[in-house]
Design a protein around this ligand. Structure first.
Ligand code: LHQ
Length: 264
């Protein structure tokens, strides 16, 4: 697929996906999310790629849904099929990201709003530049948080903070986002790319399958009982125990050397 709204670059074991609509702060149209789905599907299947970074071009990470996409419907007073749109676009994309069997980093270079914030929440790690801003935005247009935000945000920052962000619709800065646990790290904007590249290289050198399983078990472990979590862990660990990377990790420990993981 030829991309128009995104850029996809691979450098060794790390891939970078950049939303490239800077004039609209990387707001996403249907085409943008279709391209993102295609890119993540391609990267998910590429065994060479062991870490993915998603970011935005220019001064935005993503301002969420491109509100001009349905302008003619809004102006003509025609009903829009928002439910169908969500199911066909963001819902697919968000699930795809949380299910991809490799770590995903959100490099939050600028404002993340609405579904753009949801997109960041779907990633495993969020590193923000010190000029980044965050807003749920939905309440300002009479909507509920979507694209996974009702589930992901409350689990990330807790119910009280999630409600505060949802009903206030306020724009918060990077330091506040760090304080409430919305992002993992804030770095000087000028060094964001370099810091994320270093982090991505580190993650790409880890046992990829174990990371994907860790994310899956953390997410599924949030519901259900401890007994169920123990059960899932045992089954998953049985599988991990048969990987090359487990054998390599133990061999490296016994031989007092650094392991060389291969993601298999
Ligand atoms: C935009 C956008 C944008 C288009 C900035 N669209 N152009 C799913 C299914 C169906 C329906 C609805 O929703 C959803 C999920 C959602 O994501 S709903 C939430 C949608 N997003 C928003 O409501 C955020 C709207 N944007 C803003 O509140 C502000 O732009 C923020 C706070 C993000 C940034 O503010 P500023 O830094 O002051 O930038 P700005 O407002 O001046 O924006 C710069 C340009 O980007 C501007 O264009 P212009 O031609 O005037 O320079 C904006 O119109 C454009 N832009 N967001 N979502």
């Amino acid at each position: 697929m030829d991309y128009q709204d995104i850029k996809l670059k691979r450098a060794g074991t790390v891939a970078r996906v950049t939303i490239n609509r800077p004039d609209r702060l990387n707001a996403m149209s249907t085409r943008t999310s279709d391209e993102l789905v295609d890119a993540f599907a391609t990267l998910g299947e590429d065994p060479e790629v062991r870490c993915i970074v998603i970011t935005g071009e220019g001064r935005g990470f993503s301002a969420g849904q491109d509100l001009t996409e349905f302008r003619s419907d809004y102006e003509a007073g025609r009903e829009r099929d928002i439910e169908g749109h969500l199911r066909a676009t963001y819902n697919r994309l968000i699930l795809q990201i949380v299910e991809i069997p490799k770590p995903v980093i959100a490099e939050i270079n600028g404002v993340a709003a609405g579904a753009g914030l949801s997109l960041a929440l779907a990633c495993d790690l969020r590193v923000a530049g010190d000029g980044a801003r965050f807003t749920l935005a939905f309440v300002k247009i009479g909507l509920i948080p979507d694209s996974g935000a009702t589930w992901l945000l409350a689990r990330t920052v807790g119910h009280a903070r999630a409600m505060e962000l949802a009903v206030g619709g306020d724009v918060i800065d990077a330091q506040r986002a760090l304080k409430i646990g919305l992002v993992h790290r804030v770095v000087v904007a000028d060094s964001l790319r370099e810091e994320v590249d270093t982090l991505a290289e580190q993650l790409a050198a880890l046992p990829t399958r174990a990371i994907a399983e860790t994310r899956r078990l953390f997410l599924s472990g949030q519901d259900g009982s401890l007994a169920e979590a123990l059960d899932r862990e045992a089954a998953s660990q049985g599988e991990m125990g048969r990987t090359h990377d487990h054998l390599e990790g133990v061999a490296a420990f016994l031989e007092k050397r650094e392991p060389k993981f291969e993601g298999r």
